[in-house]
Design a protein around this ligand. Sequence first.
Ligand code: AHM
Ligand code: MG
Length: 336
Amino acid sequence: MAPKISLTRYLVEEQRVDGSIPAQLRLLLEVVARACKSISLAVNKGALGGVLGVAEAESENIQGEIQKKLDIIANDVLIEANEWGGHLAAMASEEMEGIHVVPNRYPQGEYLLLFDPLDGSSNIDVNVSIGTIFSVLRKPEGAGVSEQDFLQAGAKQVAAGYCIYGPQTTLVLTVGDGVAMFTLDREQGSFVLTQENIRIPEDTKEFAINMSNMRHWDEPVKRYIDECLLGKTGPRGKDFNMRWIASMVADVHRILTRGGVFLYPWDKREPEKPGKLRLMYEANPMGWIVEQAGGAASTGTQRILDIQPEKLHQRVSVILGSKNEVERAASYFAPV
Ligand code: AHM
Ligand code: MG
C-alpha cells in the first residue's frame, strides 16, 4: 500500500536518476492535475450540467470527427489553466488544428504540452469511463516556438500521464521513474498517491481489440487473434478473455491494473492511414507509461517511442501491454 501523500508532495519528494523534478515541470503537472479535477467535475454533472451531446455548432475537429460538448469544454479548461503560469511555451491538442502558443502577455516557459482532452468521446453520453491523456516535451533551444518543435520522438518525453473519469477519478503519471497512481479524494479536493511502482504482468490471458474490424485486418493481426480465440486447444494452450471499452484510457488502465494486450492496428478500411489512434497525444504517452510499468508498445514493426513524428496529428498502429504478448504479436510481422 502506497503512503497516502498528495500529488504535490510526491512531486517535491520524487527523486529521479537525474535528480529532483524541475520546479517548472512540477508546476506544469500540478496545473494539469487541477485542470483534470475541473474536467472530472463537469463529467460528473452530466445531464445536470448540460454538458452532454454534440457541440452547438456541430463542429468537426481536424480529424473530421464531430466534437462533443465535453471535448470542447475539456480542451478549454486545459488551455485556460495552462497558458498563464509561465511553465509552457505552447500546447497542442486533438481538438485544435495548429499549436496554441502562450500569448505574449504571459511569461513563456520551457515546456511543450500535448493532450487529448477527452479520450473515448463515443462513451461520453453513455456514462462509460473516459479520460484525458497528456504528454510533456522540452522545447528545443532557440527563440520562439513552432509546430516543428513538437515533432520529437516519444522517447524524448519528460512526463506523460492520463486521468480516467470512471467510478473513481484516477491520475496516472510517469516522469521516467516508474508509474504512480493518484486517486482524487473529493472531500479533500486533492489527488492522493494510491499506488507506486506499477508493474504490468509479462503474460496475460486477456486481449482488447475492436473485433468488428476483423475482416479488414492485416494477416499478422488476424493470426495473433485467431490463435487467442482457439484457446486451450490451439497453439497458445490457454483460454483468452476479451474486453473492449472503446476508451483507450479505460483499456490501458485495466492493463496497468491486471495485465492484458491492447491492439488498434492499421486496417484496410482506410489503407492510406497508418491507424486510428494519434501518435503524439495518445500512443506516445500511453506507450511510455506502459513501458515504464514493464510492458511494451509497438506498431508491429517498430517501437512506438522511436518513431520520428512528421505531423502533429499523425496516426499510428498500436499494440501495447503485457510484454510477452506484444513481442509475440510483433514477431508475426517480421519477414520470414
Ligand atoms: P477519440 O480520441 O476520438 O475518443 O478516439 C480514440 C478512441 C480510443 O479511446 C479507443 O480505443 C478507440 O477510439 C475506439 O475506437 P472504435 O470506436 O473504432 O472502437
Ligand atoms: Mg482520443
